[in-house]
Design a protein around this ligand. Structure first.
Ligand SMILES: [Zn+2]
Length: 209
């Protein structure tokens, strides 16, 4: 009797699920496959002896990708940015309104109106009160919130945040000097181009400094 030893490549499915396929530009099923060199006996692969790599394969278009493609989820990323922008704007408005230590009723109403127009639906008083309490606890300044947001927003998003800030500063009827300085600091922290920011300030009748 004689034995035939050899090696052969063998592909096995490690796991599967749904992913965003860049080729299909849509969510599709994938298989995560691993290729191994296996020792074989009579041409039957038996024991893995070397990892030759792995890849993710779209089950629709059959395109193959590195495993890192599974980390890319544009819908979830868009959702994250949107909520960051919503809550960032809300945070900025609350911290501006609260900067002088008191939160006036008109300011709360203005925050609520502006926030509702941004998200396009009504918010409950309870929700707003929770956000106000949270914002008091974390106590970030409006400028800190603005710089945290800057990297994640485009100019249109930044414009909305700045207009929200201006609306709250106007809520008590007059823009105080400190508020004026703060609004300009916010536009700088948002990294809004100066001419763009000055255009917004002009339209909103906010003095330039
Ligand atoms: Zn595909």
């Amino acid at each position: 009797m004689f034995l035939i030893f050899g090696t052969s490549g063998s592909t096995s499915v490690q796991d599967s699920g749904q992913f965003y396929c860049p080729e299909c530009d849509d969510y599709k099923n994938y298989e995560h496959k691993k290729v191994q060199k296996k020792a074989s006996l009579f041409f039957i692969p038996l024991v893995p002896i070397e990892d030759l790599g792995d890849y993710v394969e779209c089950q629709d278009c059959k395109a193959t990708y590195k495993k890192s493609v599974l980390d890319h989820d544009p819908k979830a990323e868009e959702e994250k940015i949107r909520s960051l922008y919503y809550f960032g704007t809300l945070d900025i408005m609350i911290s501006i309104a609260h900067a002088d230590g008191v939160l006036l009723k008109e300011e709360i109403t203005e925050i609520r109106n502006t926030f509702e127009s941004i998200i396009g639906s009504e918010v409950s008083e309870e929700f707003l009160n929770q956000q106000i309490e949270k914002s008091k606890e974390t106590n970030y300044s409006p400028v800190q919130v603005a710089s945290a947001l800057a990297a994640h927003l485009n100019d249109v998003g930044k414009e909305r945040v700045l207009r929200g800030a201006i609306a709250i500063s106007k809520a008590d009827g007059v823009i105080q000097n400190e508020e004026l300085v703060m609004l300009h600091d916010i536009s700088k922290a948002l990294l809004l181009p100066k001419t763009y920011a000055n255009g917004i300030f002009g339209e909103e009748e906010v003095k330039l400094i």
